[in-house]
Design a protein around this ligand. Structure first.
Ligand code: DGY
Length: 328
């Protein structure tokens, strides 16, 4: 069975695939155009798919009828039309858990960077502007005992909430599709409505799965309802926020600061005026970029392909409905 791996992943994953007797196809040039990518996908049975540049939609599935399984090298699957995949009995695997710690670390890092204006101050140092002690310039804020609002309290949200609780004794409130009993019991997290979340959070951190109904949920009218000292953190998907509105809300002092590991659009333009603000920190989607997380993702993605090749269920599958369809 052939597996197309569109970008090199940690060697441990490639070795697993080869050891399982699979034919691994890696492109010579990894920056494929859409047409080149389709050409590779037409000639393979399975894909270990890295990055979200190209969409797995109806057009894709029509163009590549030989595809039998997709293992994403990501936990997020917003670039896949899952209904279409179910319709065609194509299991789509992902890589949960192994990156929860690393991604929540970045959310926590952004919270502190923004609270203490770290990017702005680092930039000043690099520009030779390490000026005399100034009691009033570029003051940050302390977040001890404040309220952390989590939008989407799953695995990554839980890790972020736990760090906030343990490090800064923050009160945790959250809004989610379902109650998270573990977080309520262990962290004293309180389930609130969306409006209560945005109105009461001192730090609002987004950790939900992105779906089309979330598109630009965080817009000016939401930022306007937040506390003027609030910090907005997004490490999930850029599509959750309207970036022009975020910029305007920061200028209008509707909120205090923002930390983004994901932008809208992505990548962000170097000319985006939001980058000039002293209470903003932007990172280039590095949530899972640790050796540990990336190795873990390689193992899970390879494991999903190998399970499929043996006729077994993918251990981490976004659309397990495909299996009940098979057995019925
Ligand atoms: C994920 O795993 O979804 C990360 O955002 C990398 O795409």
């Amino acid at each position: 069975m052939k597996v197309f791996v569109n970008k090199r992943i940690p060697e441990i994953g490639i070795e697993m695939l080869k050891k399982a007797g699979l034919q691994v196809i890696l492109p010579e040039n990894e920056n494929l155009s859409y047409e080149e990518w389709i050409e590779y996908c037409k000639n393979t049975d399975t894909i270990l798919s890295v990055g979200g540049d190209f969409k797995y939609d109806k057009n894709f599935f029509d163009a590549c009828p030989n595809i039998k399984a997709i293992a994403l090298y990501s936990v997020g699957f917003d670039h896949v039309d899952i209904i279409e995949a179910i319709h065609r009995n194509i299991p789509v695997g992902n890589t949960p858990d192994v990156l929860s710690r690393a991604t929540s670390d970045v959310a926590f890092l952004l919270m502190q960077s923004v609270a203490r204006r770290a990017s702005y101050n680092f930039q000043k140092v690099k520009e030779g502007n390490w000026n005399d002690f100034d009691p009033l310039h570029a003051l940050g804020q302390e977040i001890y005992g404040k309220t952390m609002g989590i939008f989407g309290l799953g695995r990554i949200g839980f890790e972020m909430a736990e760090k906030a609780k343990k490090a800064f004794d923050m009160n945790i409130i959250y809004h989610n599709r379902n109650h998270n009993e573990e977080a309520e019991k262990e962290l004293g997290a309180k389930y609130v409505s969306f409006d209560e979340l945005i109105e009461n959070a001192d730090v609002l951190s987004v950790h939900a799965n992105f779906t089309p109904e979330h598109k630009e949920l965080f817009n000016y009218s939401v930022f306007e309802k937040m506390k003027p000292d609030a910090i907005f953190i997004n490490t999930a998907r850029g599509g959750f926020h309207n970036q022009k509105d975020l910029y305007r809300a920061l200028l209008d002092k509707k909120i205090w600061g923002a930390g983004l590991d994901v932008t809208n659009p992505e990548p962000i333009s170097p000319d985006d005026p939001i980058l000039e603000l002293s209470s903003v920190c932007v990172l280039p989607h590095i949530g899972s970029a640790t050796i540990e997380a990336r190795n873990g993702m390689a193992k899970l993605a390879a494991g999903n392909i190998i399970a499929f090749s043996k006729g077994e269920k993918m251990p981490h599958c976004t659309n397990p409905e495909v299996y009940s369809r098979h057995s019925s």
